[in-house]
Design a binder for this molecule. Sequence first.
Ligand code: ANZ
Ligand code: ZN
Length: 862
Amino acid sequence: PDRLDYSAVESKWLAKWKAEKEQNIKDTATSKKDKFYVLSMFPYPSGTLHLGHLRVYTISDVISRFRKMQGFNVLHPMGWDAFGLPAENAAIERGISPAEWTVQNIEKMRGQFQMMLADFDWENEVTTCSPDYYRWTQDLFLRMHEAGLVYRKAAVVNWDPIDMTVLANEQVDAEGRSWRSGAVVEKKKLEQWFVKITDFAEPLLRDLETLEGWPQRVKTMQKNWIGKSSGAEFTFPINAPDLPPIQIFTSRPDTLMGVQFLAVSASHPVVKHVKDTTQDAALQAFLEKMPTLPEDSKAGFKLPGITAKHPLDDTLDIPIYVAPYVLSDYGHGAVMGVPGHDVRDNRFWKENEPETQINYVIKTEELTEGVPTGKSGVLTEASGKFSSMTVKEGGKAIVAAAQAKGLGKWSKQWRLRDWLISRQRYWGAPIPMIHCGSCGVVPVPREELPVKLPLDIELTGRGGSPLGKHEDFLNCKCPKCGGAAKRDTDTMDTFVDSSWYYMRYVDPKNTRAPFSYEKGSRMLPVEVYIGGVEHAILHLLYSRFFAKFTAKSGMWDGGDTAEPFKRLITQGMVHGKTFTDPVTGRFLKPDEVDLTDPKVPRLVSDQTKTPNISFEKMSKSKYNGVDPEATIKAYGADCTRAHILFTAPVSDVLEWDEDKIVGMQRWLSRVWRVVTSAATRLEDKNVPALPALHEMTPEEKKAWRDVHLTIKMVTESMSTTYSLNTVVSDLIKLTNALTAYTSIGEALQYHAAVTLVKLLAPIAPATAEESWTVLGKGATGGIFSQPWPEFNETATKSNDMKVVLQVNGKMRKVIEVDRVMSEDEIKELCWKEGAQWLVRRDGQQPKKVIIANGGRIANFVF
Ligand code: ANZ
Ligand code: ZN
């Protein structure tokens, strides 16, 4: 046929591939080939695949198929991040059990993955809510407990006073009310489980440097989150004999001589002391008001009857304030206030002590909001014996002086906090701990795992933790003394489940350990990880922590740094085409826009008006959502995949414009024409040999050079730059070139078409596979068992190769070259050979440089 019936072709190949896969299940663990692990972030099984999913999974599928054709032992697994709140909410709202809801959704989404022709290794599938997965989540929790990395501490939760239950942050609305009862949510302290991720702060920070394949932006986000800060600690004695002195952390010890006050958080011991000893009513009132004040509030209250001594100057009495801008969980929950050189201290001081002069102890040109905060400066006379030292020298001398008196030392602080993993919810991995009246908290012995989540549970969203009401679950025997005891009723944060799934994928059926040492060491780390930038901080940090912890405990060989993901691709969001009323700006529903002429949409209500069009984050309220299933049904999966890749670079926002898919459809039809015409010319002859380079006609040489240049560029894009949009445009160019050559011989045309189809296969697998049935000529196996085309440098070398240098479209010079060059090389060459036209006296730079005609024209546009 001269047009491909994509829907018939796609379902035909889907069935064949499936049968094939079932017949020969590969064994990634024993394969002799080099491994390549491609991972895309597993989805939450909400029941519907959205376009964002389609984008991530298209990217990973392309990379995986490409690497398989290159002969790697590829692992490209898929699974389900299946614990979490939505399942529980569905249960409360609709009475369906979370397990059932989840299973149904998984089945739906599995079908959608098939539709998009994603080639996942389903034999490695993991589902985090299944006991044979969460058994190992619990096992890892206990291993961390054994390593001293798990502890209990009181922490604040959201409490719904009407439903008498703990709420997740997502269940509290912007006004601070419960999603169900509407009650104003209160804060309540509960004993909860923490994981000591802070023990790994140093390697988590340090090893970021080894991650060359990560976007700098993500590394910076991780770095800031970990937040290492170097500075000093000083001790300020206070005139209350039965109280310990106040310790502070500062990043600017050089400003010590400028301290005019101390500020502490409400939970600092000195506050309680003053409150209890003075019974000061105004202080009481301030403390009651404090929780409602924002962190950037300038408010403060001077503690009555108490002052501090300056560490280096006994003559100074320093007032102590309690103030909301001091964080209780950073440093010592106390600040040395330097109004002269710290912006926040300055604001605070002007608000609370407007009459008192500000001490300036550093002379610097660098100001922040008018405050001299710069570090390139010298200490002034006000710094006494430290005056005229630089900031750096002064800091050293001041710390040394304080240290000599036992009142100071160098110190580091981290912003990173320990990880609170307790959730008072049902649909999560139960925390495998037991509370015994005589023995205290006792871990469940690891060989008794899993602690199974009971399925016969009634969820109401009211009256406390669901597991606490399930008697069979709750009551148990103490593993230590055998007496009656109670299970912990908390479940784990779902981030725990997703912090190690990529390790389970390498050995998903292991019944003795989370994964074996051999398989872990062989298959980890992941070569390419693809996912949304919204996970740039927590998920990646927790995953890195798990990789480091497991490697450190000898569960796999992670080398010096034990990082889980070598390369990270953060794919951009997909934005939907959004129509708004040109007058009111209101979002228009689909039936309010007349798209008879897609180029000129009109308002249904007023045909003289055209709506405004923009691309925005998809949402129900903007009526700009797109259902991937409908798109695939309408245009085919191959075409949809190509469209997704072509429209934007992987990390950029993708503006989804359905009108443009037809362009991809036309291209795939052209590919099909190239294929059928090559096959038709051969009729039923055998595969012809490719003519030797010197036997080719000039046009054939050109065509073959186009083919090899494309091999080079596509291979590079797929393996190093992941510039998948240019892969599609390079293939489009090659298709067009092959269509345009009119006098190439049948042998060359055949080999060119075969190469095109191979290069196309990762992107449009069904079209490529169908093309192969026409071109394969008795080859064994389908297109995906064919080797990836090899780039041949000599095929691209040419004695008639020239680059025409143009300036604003006018030819200036013809430069002879002896080989085909990359765009960058061509530009370099032009700057060298054409300096007289390109380097302008007025310093003007070209606005752009267009390399056209396969590198034969370089047009510099000024
Ligand atoms: C005096 C000072 C003078 C400061 C100056 C800065 C500039 P980083 O760098 O983020 O670690 N600080 C210390 N503990 C705090 C707390 N619990 N709550 C709020 N602020 C706190 O920040 C360190 C700086 O933050 C410290 O250095 C301290 O202010 C403040 F010219 O001390 B500085
Ligand atoms: Zn006991």
